[in-house]
Design a protein around this ligand. Structure first.
Ligand SMILES: Cc1ncc(COP(=O)(O)O)c(C=O)c1O
Length: 461
């Protein structure tokens, strides 16, 4: 398959959908009636809704039940005009943000010195932490060529942070258990290291790194340790009370100096809320921005954005309060049980190999047939799984959408069908060849290739 064919396949996936609804390439001359706009919105979303509501999508929508989302939407609508950039106008948002940070810090065993801020998502929390470590190390240690020790499985947001903020990533391999290789972490630390990163758990495999050992190494070298608990921060705290083993990963460990954690994943809030926590105020100050002489007046911000949606703060605050500890524990139990069931079922399929141990993610690969062929056949059955690469694999991040038993059964029977089809009639369409192609291309060409893919998705050429 050549580049044009791959781009053609991408176009085929998005264009028919876009063209099957009225198109607006300029402002309508006269406003469209609100009822008509809402009806169009419903139509636009209806087929998408069927995918995630029925549990066909890995991760992405963590709760999604109607009464729950309706409640958060009501909280949003009460506060949709508010903006945390103006704390004097909306002191209620100062209270709510402070309480979101405090509740999250308590959940992750923070102490009296723990400080934090609300951000727009895991990526922003990670970007801010990496900037804070860079600036802290420049000021305190005079480090001008900062480096970060990153396990292969760390979220791509860390690589993005390196790209944006001029940090060098020292990538370390994983062990056979798909957790960061602790010895390699030790060896990767240099006098320029500003922080070591570990995940609880990592996105690709759902595996929790050995945060205890890694944070001790960082502490011994006098560098920061960031635990990325974006995915696990709101669910793993319930594992031990429910009888599941999970290694320690939070502020219980004295070497952990910052944690990113996402209410908009297993915290079940609407999308657009994350929390970044630090073990002390000094680090937090390195992410603040204060304008000193701007003619527009006194200006400061706690995160990267200027204006921010106060409605999302209120919706997140309302969600945390309404679920409470008992609510989170109950939902965590359902997810742990479902993930266990799905993982056991996958592991029983011949030729399939699990990638790492996890409480919430089922990552697997195949000796034969090709795993991307299996993924493509699963997508023909309606599934949106996440493709993995280096090495090839696929994963399902289990959410509440998969907890009804018929969804698990459907997943496993579709997997049988997909394995059989992939074995007997490999396909040349869909995402399988894109993954294959990306792996075959030299690294520099991959960037250019995906710039074209992005253009085709959003601009059609
Ligand atoms: C472990 C981990 N870290 C960071 C992120 C980034 O979060 P976001 O997509 O909210 O920016 C994710 C997203 O899935 C994740 O799984």
């Amino acid at each position: 398959m050549d580049l044009d064919e791959v781009l053609g396949a991408v176009q085929q996936r998005f264009r028919p959908y876009i063209h099957s609804f009225p198109e607006f390439s300029r402002l309508p001359r006269k406003g469209v009636a609100q009822s008509e706009v809402l009806s169009l919105l419903r139509q636009l979303q209806s087929s998408e809704g069927m995918r995630w509501k029925k549990g066909f999508v890995s991760g992405a929508v963590y709760h999604g039940e109607r009464v729950h989302t309706g409640f958060a939407a009501r909280a949003y609508s009460l506060t949709s005009q508010s903006n945390p950039l103006h704390p004097d106008v909306w002191p209620s948002l100062v209270k709510m943000e402070g309480e979101i940070v405090a509740m999250t810090a308590h959940l992750l065993q923070g102490g009296p010195n723990t400080r934090g801020a609300v951000t727009s998502g895991g990526t922003e929390s990670i970007l801010l932490a990496m900037k804070a470590y860079r600036d802290w190390a420049r000021e305190k240690k005079g480090i001008t060529e900062p480096e970060v020790v990153l396990p292969m499985s760390a979220h791509v947001a860390f690589d993005k942070a390196c790209h944006y903020f001029g940090l060098r990533a020292r990538i370390v391999p994983l062990g056979p258990d798909y957790a960061a290789d602790v010895e390699a972490v030790k060896e990767a630390i240099t006098p320029n290291t500003v922080a070591v990163v570990g995940s609880a758990p990592c996105f690709p495999y759902g595996v929790v790194d050995d945060i205890r050992s890694m944070s001790e190494i960082a502490h011994d070298h006098g560098v920061g340790f960031h635990c990325d608990a974006c995915l696990g921060g709101f669910i793993l705290p319930w594992a031990r009370p429910l009888g599941y083993s999970v290694p320690p990963f939070d502020f219980e460990l004295p070497g952990v100096t910052s944690i990113s954690v996402d209410p908009h994943k297993y915290g079940y809030t609407p999308k657009g809320t994350s929390v970044i926590l630090y073990s002390n105020a000094e680090l937090l100050h390195k992410q603040y921005y204060v304008a000193k002489r701007w003619p527009g007046g006194i200006y400061f911000s706690t995160s990267m954005a200027g204006s921010r949606p106060g409605g999302l703060v209120a919706a997140a605050w309302a969600t945390l309060l309404s679920l409470g500890e008992a609510g989170y524990r109950q939902l965590a139990r359902k997810i742990f049980q479902t993930a266990e069931r799905i993982r056991r079922g996958i592991a029983q399929r011949p030729g399939v190999k699990m990638m790492g141990d996890s409480r919430i993610v089922a990552a697997f690969t195949t000796e034969s047939p090709d795993i991307y062929q299996v993924m493509e056949r699963m997508s023909e059955r309606g599934w949106f799984l996440n493709g993995l690469q280096n090495p090839p694999g696929v994963h399902l991040a289990v959410t509440l959408r998969q907890t009804p038993r018929p969804v698990t059964q459907r997943f496993l029977s579709d997997l049988d069908w997909a394995l059989e089809r992939a074995r007997n009639s490999p396909t040349a369409s869909g995402l399988a060849p894109i993954y294959g192609m990306a792996e075959a291309l030299p690294e520099e060409a991959v960037g250019e290739f995906f710039e074209s893919v992005i253009d085709w998705i959003y601009h059609g050429s």
